[in-house]
Write a protein of this length. Structure first.
Length: 121
């Protein structure tokens, strides 16, 4: 997470693990957040799990169910960590500018998610 957080526009980087129907914050770098437990289906993180797909959000202000971790956050990307089709958790990155993330970020984070999946305990 520390290395990811050094990338341009990566202003908060964290891992959530899925336990039952709740995402639980594990390792992260950035400002502290109140969102340490997120129900599946709520916010960008919970939506990624409920829809079983990554989320690349250009402007979080356009979302009705956004869970604001920081007033500075303007964009977010969530990439699922899976093993044999089962969701284990996710990588969550926040950016302070609109449109911080694109498909190249998603591809890179999917590679990291694969490494994490292979080593998940």
């Amino acid at each position: 997470m520390e290395l990811l957080n050094e990338l341009p526009s990566y202003n908060w980087s964290g891992i959530y693990r899925l336990e039952g129907d709740t995402l639980i914050l594990d390792e992260y770098v950035g400002a502290a957040t109140d969102h340490t437990h997120i129900p599946v289906g709520r916010g960008v993180c919970g939506t990624a799990v409920s829809e079983d797909r990554n989320q690349v959000i250009a402007d979080v202000r356009d979302l009705d169910n956004y869970l604001a971790c920081s007033l500075q956050t303007r964009s977010e990307i969530v990439v699922l960590i899976k093993k044999e089709g089962q969701i284990l958790g996710q990588i969550d990155i926040d950016g302070h500018t609109v449109g911080s993330f694109d498909q190249s970020d998603e591809r890179m984070l999917e590679q990291i998610a694969g490494i994490l999946s292979d080593n998940w305990e």
